[in-house]
Design a protein around this ligand. Structure first.
Ligand SMILES: [Fe+2]
Ligand SMILES: [Fe+2]
Length: 171
């Protein structure tokens, strides 16, 4: 069993909501790279059990850790910045991208043809990379500048509450 929500290193502050989102981005990137590799392996060796397991694990990760990350953004972060005009355009774009990710994730979990699965995995990887760059370059620095520390703390608490099992071992 993988630990989707591994704690950050010793000197990272897990109550910092922006840092938490960025940490999850690193995990998403790792899982997407594993997904593409495993999908490619299955084109060459359709019976490779390890690659089949990795695909299932990564799809499972998207439906749990990945979905919670989207909730952190859509239910905790975005509502607190929606009133800021200078962020309206990027928010709209990010929300549209979330919908697109979900569609590709659904298609991927339903796809059994190895070659089409590689195409979907690569497409998802490319979409996420562009999305993550947009969030980390266009959104997060502005959030840190525009949102007051009290609201950031509140966001950190909300994100912790979304993970009631944290600190109680792996699931
Ligand atoms: Fe996002
Ligand atoms: Fe994100």
């Amino acid at each position: 069993m993988r630990d989707d929500e591994k704690r950050g290193g010793g000197n990272t502050d897990e109550r910092d909501p922006i840092q938490r989102l960025a940490q999850t981005h690193r995990r998403l990137e790792e899982r997407l790279a594993e997904l593409v590799r495993a999908a490619e392996t299955l084109v060459l060796r359709p019976d490779d059990e390890e690659a089949q397991e990795i695909i299932e694990e990564v799809i499972g990760f998207f439906s749990r850790g990945g979905a919670r990350h989207v909730e952190d953004e859509e239910k905790t972060l975005f509502p607190r910045i929606r009133h800021l005009d200078e962020l309206a355009a990027v928010l709209e774009q990010l929300e549209a991208e979330h919908i697109e990710h979900q569609a590709v994730e659904r298609a991927l979990s339903a796809e059994s043809d190895p070659k089409r699965r590689v195409d979907l995995a690569k497409r998802l990887d490319a979409l996420y990379r562009a999305h993550i760059t947009r969030e980390e370059e266009e959104l997060f620095p502005r959030v840190k500048r525009l949102v007051d520390p009290g609201a950031l703390e509140e966001m950190g608490r909300e994100m912790m509450e979304r993970r009631p099992d944290r600190g109680k071992g792996k699931r």
